[in-house]
Each structure stands twice: as structure tokens, then as C-alpha cells.
Design a protein around this ligand. Structure first.
Ligand SMILES: [Zn+2]
Length: 177
């Protein structure tokens, strides 16, 4: 997960922006993260791709097999986004801290509306996917008060007892036949 990766690697957004201080460095960083430095064609899965440095479009790769070109954004939730990767990194980095879209807009020098869309995209594509079944139960447990927990435990006992009775009757029924 890119969010954890960024947060482990950089202690603050300041560190992140100091290290990844150009768009090209961010693209290289993401390419290393996604493909381990060996880009895979996103159209045909071929693993021999040439690096192209286009002055107006930034770094792209061209597949040796199908000859198609692609950028680092292909196949990501930000495929259509024009926001620089540097800004995306900062937004991803800050996402677990729950900052408001107003603050996010100010940090990234984008409108609050754009920040809202960005925040939504990150939540839907990164944070939501991380919500495994266990973490949902954990969340539920954390939010339950003691009375609710006792009630749920009582329900479990009732269900268990009912199942025991049902099993008992099934045995009796089976014996009768
Ligand atoms: Zn290809």
C-alpha cells in the first residue's frame, strides 16, 4: 500500500517534499514501488518496455511488444487526474490524519472542491479497500458500549441454547423413526 509505504519512509510531509522535490523523482519513486523498477505493459503484460522522456508529457514507457505507450498513472485511480504526483503523494500521506478538505486544499494550493474530490477518491480506493472484515468487527467492538456488548453476549447465549434444544429434538425425532 502506497500510503503505508510513504508514511514509513518519510517522517513528515516536509521530509517527503524535500526528498521527492521534482515530478520526475516522484514518477521514478512510484515506478519503483509499483513495478520494482521494471515496468510492465498495462495493455499486454509484456515486461520489456522502453523509457521515453517526452518534453511536454513527462516520463512515459513504450511496450516493445504491442508498441503502446503509458504513463505511471495508468491503471491507478488517478489515471485521468492532471494533479502532479507530488501533490497526490502529499494527499495520500496526509489521508490517515483526517485533515479537512478545506485544509487539504490550502496545503496543495487547489480549490476546496478539487480537494473534496481528491479526498473522496482516496477514501474510496485506498482506505475502503483496507477495511477487512476483521477491522470492521474491531471498529464495531470499539464503538459498542458495555450495555450493547452485554446484550450481544446475551443474544449469543440464547442462540446457543436454542441450537442445543434443536439438536436435542432432532435426536429425539431421529430415535422415533
Ligand atoms: Zn504491451
Amino acid at each position: 500500500m502506497i500510503i503505508e509505504h510513504l508514511r514509513q519512509e518519510f517522517e513528515s510531509t516536509f521530509d517527503l517534499l524535500s526528498e521527492l522535490n521534482t515530478e520526475e523523482k516522484c514518477v521514478d519513486y512510484l515506478a519503483q514501488f509499483r513495478w520494482n523498477g521494471k515496468p510492465i505493459c498495462q495493455y499486454c503484460n509484456h515486461d520489456v518496455c522502453y523509457e521515453l522522456n517526452l518534453t511536454n508529457r513527462g516520463k512515459r514507457w513504450k511496450c516493445k511488444k504491442c508498441r503502446k505507450q503509458f504513463s505511471i498513472r495508468i491503471g491507478t485511480p488517478f489515471q485521468e487526474s492532471k494533479l502532479p504526483i507530488r501533490k497526490l503523494f502529499v494527499a495520500l500521506y496526509l489521508s490517515p490524519e483526517g485533515i479537512s478538505t478545506h485544509q487539504l486544499g490550502r496545503v496543495l494550493s487547489i480549490s476546496q472542491k478539487s480537494a473534496w474530490y481528491l479526498d473522496k477518491k482516496i477514501k474510496n480506493n485506498f482506505i475502503a479497500n483496507e477495511m477487512t472484515e476483521n477491522s470492521i468487527y474491531q471498529f464495531y467492538d470499539d464503538k459498542c458500549d458495555d450495555a450493547t456488548k452485554r446484550f450481544n453476549e446475551a443474544i449469543d447465549v440464547v442462540v446457543e441454547t436454542y441450537e442445543k434444544i434443536a439438536r436435542y429434538y432432532n435426536i429425539l425425532y431421529a430415535m422415533e423413526e
